[in-house]
Design a protein around this ligand. Structure first.
Ligand code: ACM
Ligand code: ZN
Length: 612
């Protein structure tokens, strides 16, 4: 037994040596600038050159659309116009990109794929159409990056072998279209970016205090009244999506293998609905759609049966439109001031034997949960839905840290983690003095990259309930489409790597290297994006061998040009150029350093005082 084991290890070791021998000089964490980084990427012997005779061949259910997407991408980045054929139509399987759902490998799951390249063909295999779609996205990035690198006329697929599948099944981006409204064309662009970085869930925040954005046929005033507000300067601001437009977006997303979760907020963040139908509030008084941000006292009356009839009618139309499993019902930031003094709400508390207004909120959410469950849908809500008791089938979206997610997982409920610390893309991403106005906070690219969606202090079975994570893009201060782009780029790339990639693969330097290609792509496409922070950090350590202080200057920029002084003066391009860790002696009391591009200081210099 022992000998056999030893022999096996020797055999394994030689195989490993052989493989690594083939891969000399090949750094898979940097290769081809793919984001998110594939699970495993190895170098092969032969690359594949595309020409006008190359065919895209598909075999399997529901993958013809991915074949056509690939054809379209190729026609955009090159002059090639390739024919798409089914496997039955394709006689000769040479000079082809073959997309086929015949992987039959359990480990690849629904969304995984493997790709094999040789000089005659590229083969993308998966178990399911989702996997083929992601293989096509990888090919698309390889093509885009190659065109950026060489600006050559022809395209090739490098000599590689990929085995890839996502870490998380829920990879989400949210967008608030209520504080500011973004039209269908922009939503499609948002979905395109999501698909390129392998996100699969779009959380569409459709109702708010400051605007109701989805047409509901039974309640026309929701959009006639609720979709519009009067701004401080007297102008009218608003907009909404017709049901036809919503269907168009859903179909567009489906083609990109993205599920849309609509959010209909309750019981709070509902003043636009109450402006349209004031009888649904506790006071019944007429009110305006607000034009300022915050959390308001007026919310749906939980004692009034009419409220539930209204919400169920609204949900009926939402359910008829959206094919996915989930409906998001908000649940966050519902003040209880009105409920505390409302006769109907107090009567409900009495009659239902509830302890207080928190249990009344729980009653509200549980009633909606039962309704959604009866319609074959699943409820998802912000972590406040835990207060007063969590509905049995509910999925919790944890935003006030991950504590809500931990509590929900301990109760056996599913969780999506979106802690404001790491996942709020309405926060500043670099030094606020140099950034456009944002809501506050500080969520840098590095911080997003370092995010771990699965909290340590859960048991293994509970960890499995963390479905994934999501970036939230609240639009109080994000008024334009360009600014939305700016806030998500490049942070959504870092989160895509967290969600798709493996922890063991994570390597900030390699990510920054790969990111450069994507920033070039943004430039080419004229996308707005943040260049991040130019602030410098100093690490001062004592080298025990030489007994000398050593200074390292760190930056979020990739290979920045740094000049520094050790005499307290402002650095300029005649100062010392930073070339890596340097020693200082005890006479140095201050170091000042700055990042320079084209001879200009990019941002106020950073400094460190050295006390002793
Ligand atoms: C939230 O940010 N109010 C969910
Ligand atoms: Zn009430």
């Amino acid at each position: 037994m022992k000998t056999k084991l030893q022999l096996t290890s020797v055999a394994l070791l030689s195989i490993l040596l052989l493989i690594s021998g083939c891969r000399r000089d090949f750094d898979s964490s940097k290769a081809y600038s793919l984001i998110p980084l594939p699970y495993s990427l190895q170098q092969n012997a032969k690359s594949f050159e595309l020409n006008n005779e190359t065919r895209i061949v598909y075999s399997g259910e529901n993958i013809e659309s991915s074949a056509h997407l690939l054809k379209q991408f190729i026609s955009v980045v090159s002059t090639l116009n390739l024919e798409v054929l089914s496997q039955e139509e394709a006689k000769d399987l040479k000079n082809v990109i073959l997309l086929s759902t015949v992987a039959r490998e359990e480990k690849l799951g629904k969304e995984g794929y493997r790709m094999y390249v040789d000089k005659d063909k590229v083969i993308v295999n998966s178990n399911d159409a989702d996997g083929i779609f992601y293989g096509v996205q990888t090919l698309r990035q390889l093509f885009e990056n190659q065109m950026l690198a060489s600006e050559k006329e022809s395209l090739s697929v490098p000599a590689i072998r990929i085995w890839d599948e996502p870490r998380f099944s829920y990879r989400g981006m949210h967008l608030d279209v209520c504080r500011h409204f973004f039209d269908v064309e922009f939503i499609k662009h948002y979905l395109d970016l999501m698909a390129y970085y392998k996100y699969n869930t779009f959380h569409w925040h459709l109702t708010e205090d400051q605007g109701w954005r989805i047409e509901i046929k039974k309640y026309p005033k929701l959009t006639e009244v609720g979709a519009w507000r009067t701004e401080e300067d007297g102008s009218r601001y608003g907009g909404f999506y017709t049901q036809e437009e919503i269907k168009e977006v859903i179909a567009y997303a489906k083609n990109l293998h993205i599920n849309i979760i609509p959010e209909i907020e309750m019981p709070g963040h509902s003043r636009a609905a109450l402006a349209a139908y004031p009888e649904l509030s506790c006071t019944g008084k007429a009110q305006e759609v607000p034009n300022s941000w915050g959390v308001f006292d007026d919310i749906y009356c939980a004692g009034n049966e009419q409220t539930f009839e209204f919400i169920q009618d609204v949900l009926d139309e939402v359910i008829a439109l959206f094919p996915g499993d989930y409906i998001h019902i908000g649940g966050d930031e519902a003040r209880k001031a009105r409920w505390e003094v409302c006769e109907k709400c107090q009567a409900r508390i009495q009659n239902e034997g509830l302890k207080d207004e928190h249990e009344l909120q729980s009653y509200f959410i549980k009633r909606i949960d039962a309704y959604l469950t009866s319609k074959g849908k699943k409820l998802i809500g912000w972590d406040e839905i835990l207060e007063g008791g969590l509905a049995q089938n509910a999925t919790v979206m944890s935003w006030r840290g991950t504590e809500g997610g931990i509590a929900a997982a301990r109760l056996g409920n599913d969780v999506v983690n979106t802690p404001s610390s790491h996942c709020y893309f309405d926060h500043y991403q670099a030094d606020r003095n140099y950034e456009p106005k944002a809501i506050g906070g500080f969520t840098s690219l590095k911080k997003v990259y370092d995010f771990e969606p699965v909290p340590e202090d859960l048991y293994t079975e509970q960890k499995a309930l963390i479905l994934g994570a999501q970036a939230n893009v609240w639009s109080e201060y994000i008024e334009t489409e360009e600014y939305v782009e700016y806030m998500i780029l490049p942070r959504m790339l870092a989160l895509s790597e967290v969600l798709w990639g493996r922890k063991r693969n994570q390597n900030w330097d390699a990510f920054q290297f790969r990111l450069q290609k994507h920033l070039q792509w943004f430039d080419k496409e004229n996308y707005r994006y943040s260049k991040g922070s130019y602030r410098l950090e100093f690490a001062v350590n004592l080298d025990t061998t030489s007994n000398q202080k050593m200074v390292e200057i760190q930056s979020e920029q990739y290979l920045p040009t740094i000049f520094y002084t050790t005499n307290g003066r402002e650095p300029d391009t005649t100062s010392t150029r930073y070339q890596g860790i340097f020693p200082i002696d005890s006479t140095v009391k201050m170091i000042r350093a700055g990042v320079f591009e084209k001879g200009h200081l990019m941002q106020a210099s950073s400094k460190i005082d050295l006390l002793d």
